[in-house]
Design a protein around this ligand. Structure first.
Ligand code: NAP
Length: 279
């Protein structure tokens, strides 16, 4: 036996994980809060996922972030799945309980809303319809969060229309599906607009949906944060929208995990943004 407390370990599992900014972010918070802990990126193949979850808690891990391609499969390996993770169909944050149970949550939706509230405190989700470009995994978290925040109607357009239609069966009649080729038309009268597609990201095709129907004062946000000022945000700003970039969502979705693993709620502020951007 030893009197020394174990140094808490956390990390991100996925494949690949080399691009993840989470180690920089959590490393920065650990240092800033003077916590003796470590956050480690781990490239784990699908076939090794169950084995990794069995072993990591024994090695001192208190929890994990989960990224592509394990976000959905992880639900089948967790003992406790939050309502949010179940509704979204994916988890991004695991907590290893001392009794051996694995708790799985999805913090993307709360991170998305926290980013908007921090940057636009007078944003009122109930003020009008929202328009969403894209119907992938991240869009599920955004739609669930907007519904919970009280958005009265959500218009959604996706290149693969069947994915948007599936949202309607999962999230109900507040959703209205729009054709991808006429996606710009759904902007009329909306007070919130979100790009959840990968369009505009470094290495991906440009975002080309016309924004001429966007009304001044609309809140426009992009989940893409490389580059920080995407073409979508630049054009939305030119149309008079209030814009919020996607980096804040990344920071805010990470905060609950850090707090559960290391016992302190981290600050999401300018210094945190700079630390992540500088790396
Ligand atoms: P995903 O499940 O793979 O979904 C990708 C979405 O982009 C789908 O709607 C897809 O349409 C659309 N898309 C991809 N290429 C397209 C193209 N050439 N033309 C039209 N649509 C295209 O990915 P995800 O996890 O939802 O992530 C989406 C984006 O959000 C990524 O850029 C990711 O980095 C970002 N993200 C950011 C945060 C944050 O914290 N800021 C969090 C999560 C995700 P189809 O269905 O037709 O393929």
């Amino acid at each position: 036996m030893t009197d020394h407390p174990r140094i808490p370990l956390a990390g991100v599992i996925g494949s690949p994980v080399a691009h993840s900014r989470s180690p920089i972010l959590h490393g920065y918070w650990l240092k800033r809060h003077g916590i003796k802990g470590h956050y480690i990126p781990m490239d784990i193949a699908q076939a090794d996922l169950a084995e990794a979850l069995r072993i990591l808690p024994k090695l001192g891990f208190v929890g994990l972030n989960v990224t592509i391609p394990h976000k959905e499969a992880i639900l089948g390996l967790a003992d406790i799945v939050t309502d949010s993770a179940a509704q979204i169909g994916a988890a991004n944050t695991l907590v290893f309980h001392q009794d051996g149970r694995i708790h799985a949550d999805n913090t993307d939706g709360t991170g998305f809303i926290a980013n908007l509230r921090q940057n636009v405190p007078d944003w009122r989700p109930s003020a009008g319809p929202a328009a969403i470009f894209g119907a992938g995994g991240a869009a599920r978290a955004v739609v669930a969060a907007l519904i919970e925040a009280g958005v009265p109607e959500i218009r959604i357009a996706n290149r693969t229309r069947s994915r948007a239609e599936a949202f309607r069966s999962d999230f109900g009649t507040r959703l209205v599906v729009q054709d991808w080729v006429r996606a710009g038309d759904m902007l009329e009268g909306v007070t919130t607009v979100v790009n959840t597609t990968a369009l505009g990201m470094v290495g991906k095709p440009d975002f080309r949906i016309p924004l001429d129907k966007l009304e001044p004062g609309t809140l426009a946000t992009d989940l893409v944060y490389t580059p920080l000022r995407t073409q979508f945000l630049v054009e939305a700003e030119q149309a008079g929208a209030t814009i919020v970039d996607g980096l804040g969502m990344l920071l805010h979705q990470a905060a609950p995990g850090f707090e559960r693993w290391f016992g302190q709620r981290p600050e999401v502020d300018e210094a945190t943004r700079e630390a992540v951007l500088a790396a």
